[in-house]
Write a protein that binds this ligand. Structure first.
Ligand code: CAA
Length: 418
């Protein structure tokens, strides 16, 4: 009998609280992993793959092996084998991890793979955070001033300002928009929408970047479970629980029970680790990553109803709008301004179906974790469970993760099961 065609699905997801939590990155990873397993209805022993993203606050040699050993996945004692991989593509890590997990399911015949990220950068004192963050992003040839990351993004923002493609206000409007979205999400750190003046008058961090235009540092962990639909149907279908009245039902968790979310396609591309002295289009990679994802999914931007775009700084979000086909090249500034006015005095979620959780600028940004929030929010939107911020009729969604200073892009397209 030929096997029915299997699809790769996200069958579980979970996250910890966000904030200044005083807990280690590993603790946060473990809690997120347990929550994601519960939402799939799986147990640790059901996993035969684990992908982890390293943390800045509590780094470990071979992070995924460290975590797998802590949670008892290694040493492996059952039948078959377990594959464990650490992926470091910076903030793109969770989406790179999702795509790696999908390959492990498709090509290496894994049945269920967890992708886990966690960090505690809010609990790190600022000088220590900056020492570690600057070290990774400082080009010995062309030293960026500290804080290096905001200054690196600022150089790109200034380059686009000089080209006349944007205004300073349009950059700030991105932060206002993200705070309006965050105010509708119960777990977001930013509880109240900023005014444009709040953003423009907040402390200057770099020439065209103020404090409220920086990714909002946080501690937090998040995880997803990626599995083959065959495994969920067959293996879990056999694992029946009998209730008192004799009726049997599979013990699938709430996400898996509705079929999970299908991974339709993905793409990745890389740029230089540091912004070159002369910035030009060759340093950016989101365009190529998005083009691969659309090609693999055989879709166009207009086929999608929701977008989770990386927004560590407004310029990253603005470039992503164009790279992912939300708006044509050269028009992102004007598009954001239009959204700013459209959402000024109350709006429906469908009016602005992007980062309905508030993104890095307003939901919270535990270093390499936040792209996982894009994935989780995409899942909530696709399942119709984004209470208070649900975009109507979301059937397909795009998620984008960005690492370093535009140094790596990973894009995935997710869909409801047919
Ligand atoms: N929205 C709302 N509030 C914010 C905020 C935001 N976007 N950003 C900071 N704040 C708040 C903080 O929560 C804090 O509030 P409390 O006083 O109530 O605690 C207050 O403003 C001051 O912020 P900090 O404590 O962070 O201020 P600081 O002077 O210690 O540090 C800073 C300032 C150096 C700019 C630091 O905030 C910073 O470095 N931020 C950027 C973090 C960053 O770059 N993350 C990585 C993004 S790049 C990426 O994601 C790619 C990758 O590969 C990792």
């Amino acid at each position: 009998m030929p096997q029915p065609v299997s699809t790769v699905r996200i069958v579980g997801y979970g996250m910890t609280a966000l904030g200044k939590l005083g807990r280690s990155a590993s603790e946060l990873m473990r809690e997120a992993l347990q929550k994601s397993l519960r939402s799939a209805g799986l147990q640790m022993k059901d996993l035969d793959g684990l992908v982890a993203v390293p943390s800045l606050s509590h780094p470990h040699f071979m992070e995924a092996h460290y975590l797998a050993t802590q949670v008892g996945l290694l040493p492996h004692r059952g039948p078959g084998s377990v594959r464990v991989r650490t992926i470091d593509t910076g903030g793109a890590g969770p989406v790179s991890g999702l795509l790696e997990a999908a390959r492990m399911v498709k090509d290496e015949r894994c049945q269920a793979v967890a992708v886990v990220a966690g960090d505690a950068v809010s609990s790190l004192a600022t000088p220590e955070f900056l020492a570690r963050a600057d070290q990774g992003c400082r080009d010995p040839e062309n030293s960026l001033p500290s804080p290096c990351i905001p200054h690196g993004y600022d150089q790109v923002a200034q380059w686009q300002l000089r080209q006349g493609l944007l205004s300073r206000e349009q950059l700030a409007m991105v932060s206002v928009l993200m705070s309006r979205q965050a105010a509708k999400h119960p777990l977001a750190l930013t509880r109240k929408a900023h005014s444009l003046e709040d953003v423009l008058r907040s402390r200057k961090i770099a020439p065209a970047t103020n404090l409220l235009e920086c990714a909002r540092r946080a501690d937090g962990g998040a995880a997803i479970i990626v599995a083959s639909s065959n495994f969920m149907d067959e293996y879990m279908g056999h694992d029946l629980v009998s209730s008192e009245d004799g009726v049997s039902s599979a013990r699938l968790g709430p996400v898996a029970a509705t079929g999970g979310l299908v991974v339709l396609g993905g793409g990745e591309a890389s740029g230089p680790l540091y912004p070159p002295e002369e910035i030009d289009e060759s340093m950016f990679s989101c365009e190529a990553a998005a083009a691969s994802a659309f090609s693999e999914a055989q879709l166009l931007p207009e086929d999608l109803q929701w977008f989770g775009l990386y927004d560590c700084y407004p310029i990253c979000f603005l470039r992503a709008l164009e790279a992912c086909g939300v708006t044509p090249k050269g028009t992102a500034g004007a598009w954001v301004e239009e959204m700013f006015w459209k959402t000024e005095s109350g709006y429906d979620a469908g009016d602005f179906p992007i980062n309905t959780h508030g993104g890095l600028l307003a939901f919270g940004a535990p270093w390499e974790v936040p792209a996982m929030y894009n994935i989780i929010e995409a899942c909530e939107q696709l399942r119709g469970t984004a209470t208070g911020r649900q975009v109507p009729s979301v059937r397909r969604a795009l998620v984008y993760g960005n690492g370093g200073i535009f140094s790596h892009s990973a894009v995935a397209i997710l869909a409801q099961p047919v």
